[in-house]
Design a protein around this ligand. Structure first.
Ligand code: SAH
Length: 203
């Protein structure tokens, strides 16, 4: 599937109807999702790879991975309303995704590739940590994820501690829409990185 086609499909997947600030529910833009998935596809070849999406929200990353040929694709989301939307949209777009309503801390199924746009820890300090721990625990080959630039040291340290290899840390254009009630300005730019991490040699 071409990138433009992927962006168009992911734009149909809705954002959160009732975004929870505590859960940092901000949907990845279709362009950013395509950027992450394109990087994963070029590096690992997603076709036929098992993929796990941690905190899938309404499902954009998981659905996109499935549309690029990944499988099986499993998606974990703690909020039942978002999980239901992810399920419905996967079906509508013909993407085979198993959506599980659960906390990422309780996930035990490993996969070749872990993708995630987790909470950035901006609302609740360290809310991103269980996600990175789960990612390093469960990724058999690679992790692709977004994080705030200020989390660089934490993520790099955690990767080194797990014996993982950072392939790339690339700043990506990111604008925060007025999606949470306390956001007052339109479309504030924030510093976000796309991470590509190889966990291949982690034992
Ligand atoms: N990955 C989605 C959503 C990003 S917002 C996207 O790219 O569009 C972060 C998501 O993580 C939200 O859907 C939130 O409900 C979910 N989340 C937060 N804490 C969680 C936890 N402990 N376990 C599972 N999901 C969680």
């Amino acid at each position: 599937m071409r990138r433009s086609e992927l962006v168009r499909a992911l734009a149909r997947v809705p954002e959160f109807p009732h975004p929870s600030a505590a859960l940092e529910q901000l949907a990845t833009s279709p362009e950013a999702a395509a950027e992450l998935l394109g990087t994963a596809d070029r590096t690992d070849g997603l076709a036929g790879r098992s993929v796990l999406d941690l905190g899938t929200g309404t499902g954009r990353l998981a659905i996109g991975a499935a549309l690029l040929g990944a499988g099986p694709v499993r998606a974990v989301e703690v909020d039942p309303e978002a999980a239901a939307l992810a399920r419905a949209w996967a079906e509508r777009l013909g993407a085979s995704v198993e959506v599980v309503t659960a906390d990422v801390q309780d996930e035990s199924r490993r996969a070749d590739v872990v993708v995630m746009n987790p909470p950035f820890g901006a609302q609740r300090r360290h809310a991103d940590r269980p996600f990175w721990d789960a990612a390093f625990r469960l990724a058999q080959r690679s992790v692709y994820a977004f994080a705030l630039e200020e989390s660089r040291t934490f993520i790099a340290r955690r990767a080194v501690a797990r014996g993982a290899h950072i392939t790339e840390t690339r700043p990506v254009p990111w604008r925060l829409g007025r999606t949470l009630p306390h956001h007052t300005r339109d479309r504030v730019p924030i510093a976000v990185d796309l991470w590509a991490i190889s966990t291949d040699d982690v034992r």
